[in-house]
Design a protein around this ligand. Structure first.
Ligand code: PLP
Length: 469
């Protein structure tokens, strides 16, 4: 393996290269003005670009890749399923691939009462499905007045209508004001670095958040609320922020008090990334009613997401209409399920969730050691193979950089020039525009790769500090 370089690679400027790589592209890229890099091939953590550069993937795309690229066992499983049966419609058929994947996930979920799995193609669809299932649960119970959802500021749950409404990403919502599901309110996120008051300890912070949620349920009329929706560890819009002690268990108690469902969005933080299969498993007695999974489920080999459903929800449908009114043509697609099954079997066989738990603290120590002299690093937090580095102009006041700088993006671009991909993000709520980068390497990342990632991140941050501090 050619190691990613730790110094700026002598490649042509981004603009020139990108223009050359996608001449007259017919594809509507995310950006019409800055087309993405052309990729030639990938294996392990390495992504080889068409111009010969090699990138070490420290973020698995957006926390997607869990085994790295080009895993032969997964590729063989894909092909074998394609040769057996590529597609059947789920109205009339099922496949061993879908059944086995459901069984494997339910084995993980059963200790928490999660009894059934439902598979779709993306995290947004999983959230839509969770929201609709929660509504159908109350509809079948005759509680048709329940129409409200409560989620949190600084949350990202996806791009589709309901998922966007549950989210708080200001930029992504801006052009679509007036679209979406109207009955959603947002409470303060469990994000200590930004929302814990001076002099408040962790317990007081937790109590305040729970008090606010209780007040919000009361304000809406608790009998009108369908569900509270939250990411156990906040991903893209905050940067790998685990909740304070007792928060999620407290949320569960509040939901129980009012008969409100708890939907946990583990699209990004789940499937082992945080060191337990479900991130919520580190938070005490949480027992979610519906859990979403996506990125780490297929590890990027297949577009798959799913929801796992608590027996109490399944029971109501079983005794009621007998079906979940939410069919998709490609739900539980055989090749996609066989691929995810192979990924999950490898995760089990190679004890990769355990590896995330064991190596997570090592990665944390490396990050803290490497970044200790970086003046712009305000906070480092995360779990397992899911770490966020938040940037500030001033560590004492936690003042953020001028949003026009896009400090997190600058760091990401600098790291990319030096051969390492990290994921940039920012939250834009309550007048605070934060900057962070997110590290979410595949669970197979070797120690020397993690060392290199931390070193390059430090160099990239320092080089941007020289310009912007
Ligand atoms: N939920 C969370 C927590 C996510 O991080 C994302 C995507 O980043 C989604 C939902 C939406 O998933 P997708 O992009 O697959 O639609």
């Amino acid at each position: 393996m050619a190691p990613a370089k730790t110094e700026t690679q002598h490649a042509p400027s981004k603009e020139t290269k990108q223009g050359l790589q996608t001449p007259g592209s017919q594809l509507l890229h995310r950006s019409l003005t800055h087309p993405p890099e052309m990729v030639e091939s990938a294996s392990g953590l390495e992504i080889r670009l068409a111009d010969g550069r090699t990138i070490l993937d420290a973020c698995g795309g957006a926390a997607v890749s869990v085994l790295g690229h080009n895993n032969q066992q997964v590729l063989e499983a894909m092909l074998a399923q394609a040769q057996k049966v590529a597609y059947v419609h789920t109205q009339a058929y099922t496949t061993s691939a879908a059944e086995e994947l459901a069984a494997l996930l339910v084995e993980n979920g059963r200790p928490h009462g999660l009894e059934k799995a439902f598979f779709v193609g993306s995290g947004s669809e999983a959230i839509e499905s969770a929201a609709k299932l929660a509504r159908q649960y109350f509809y079948e119970r005759g509680e048709t007045q329940r129409l409200h959802f409560v989620s949190r500021r600084q949350a990202y749950h996806g791009n589709s209508m309901a998922a966007m409404s549950l989210s708080s990403n200001v930029v992504r919502k801006l052009p679509y004001q007036g679209f979406g599901y109207p009955n959603v309110s947002h409470v303060t996120p469990a994000y200590e670095y930004r929302y814990k008051l001076d002099g408040e300890d962790e317990d007081k912070f937790t109590k305040r958040l729970l008090g606010e949620l209780d007040d919000e349920f009361e304000r809406l009329g608790p009998g009108n609320v369908i569900a509270f929706v939250a990411e156990p560890v906040i991903g893209a819009t905050a940067g790998c922020v685990p909740p304070p002690r007792g928060y999620l268990a407290g949320v569960r108690s509040l939901c129980d008090k009012y008969g409100i469902l708890l939907i946990l969005d583990e699209v990004m933080c789940g499937a082992g990334r945080c060191g337990t299969f479900f991130a919520f498993e580190q938070e005490g007695d949480v027992r979610p009613d519906i859990v979403t999974l996506a990125k780490g489920l297929g590890g990027g080999y297949a577009p798959i997401a799913g929801i796992l459903i608590h027996e109490k929800v399944v029971d109501v449908l079983r005794k009621g209409s007998g079906s979940f009114v939410n069919g998709h043509t490609y739900q539980a697609h055989p090749i996609v399920c066989a691929t995810a099954l192979a990924v999950q079997k490898i995760i089990r066989q190679d004890r990769l969730v355990e590896r995330c738990a064991e190596i997570g603290p090592v990665l944390e120590a490396m990050l803290r050691e490497e970044l200790q002299d970086c003046k712009s690093v305000g906070d480092i937090r995360g779990r397992g193979f899911f770490w966020g580095v938040e940037f500030v102009r001033d560590r004492v006041t936690k003042k953020t950089f001028d949003p026009a700088i896009g400090f997190g993006v600058q760091v990401q671009q600098e790291a990319f020039r030096r051969g390492v991909a990290v994921y940039p993000g920012s939250g834009t709520v309550d007048g605070m525009k934060g900057d962070h980068v997110l590290l979410a390497p595949p669970y197979t990342a070797k120690l020397d790769e993690l060392t290199l990632i931390c070193k390059v991140l430090k160099e990239s941050i320092k080089s941007q500090e020289e310009i912007h501090l």
